[in-house]
Design a protein around this ligand. Structure first.
Ligand SMILES: [Zn+2]
Length: 107
C-alpha cells in the first residue's frame, strides 16, 4: 500500500468514528462510549512523511486525522461560514457585526 492510500485509509477511519460518535450523541446516549471500528492495522507505525527543512521525510508517528504530525498538519484556518464567524465572534463578547464595524473604523 502506498503512503497516500494509507493516509486515505486513516482519514476514512476517523470519518467513520466521527459519524458514529455523532449518531451516538443524537440518540442521547450519555452513558459510555459507542463501539468504534478497530483501528486499521496497516496504519500502525505510519510516519508523517512530510518534507522537512532538511529535505528528508518527517519520521514522527504521532499523527493527526489528516495523516500528518502536529508539526506538519497545519493549524485551523478558522470559521468559514457566516454562521461560524458569528459564533466565533461571540467569544469576544461582541457580535460579528460589531467586530466588522470596529475593523472598518480603524482602517
Ligand atoms: Zn511531520
Amino acid at each position: 500500500m502506498t503512503t497516500d492510500a494509507l493516509r486515505k485509509r486513516l482519514k476514512s477511519y476517523y470519518l467513520q468514528c466521527e459519524q458514529i460518535n455523532a449518531s451516538h450523541q443524537e440518540k442521547g446516549c450519555s452513558d459510555g462510549t459507542p463501539d468504534l471500528p478497530i483501528f486499521p492495522e496497516e496504519c500502525r507505525g505510519m510516519t508523517c512523511g512530510a518534507k522537512t527543512r532538511g529535505g528528508t521525510p518527517c519520521k514522527r508517528t504521532d499523527l493527526l486525522k489528516n495523516g500528518r504530525c502536529k508539526l506538519h498538519g497545519g493549524l485551523s484556518t478558522g470559521p468559514k461560514t457566516l454562521e461560524g464567524k458569528r459564533r466565533s465572534a461571540l467569544n469576544t463578547g461582541k457580535t460579528y457585526e460589531e467586530l466588522i464595524g470596529a475593523k472598518s473604523k480603524r482602517s
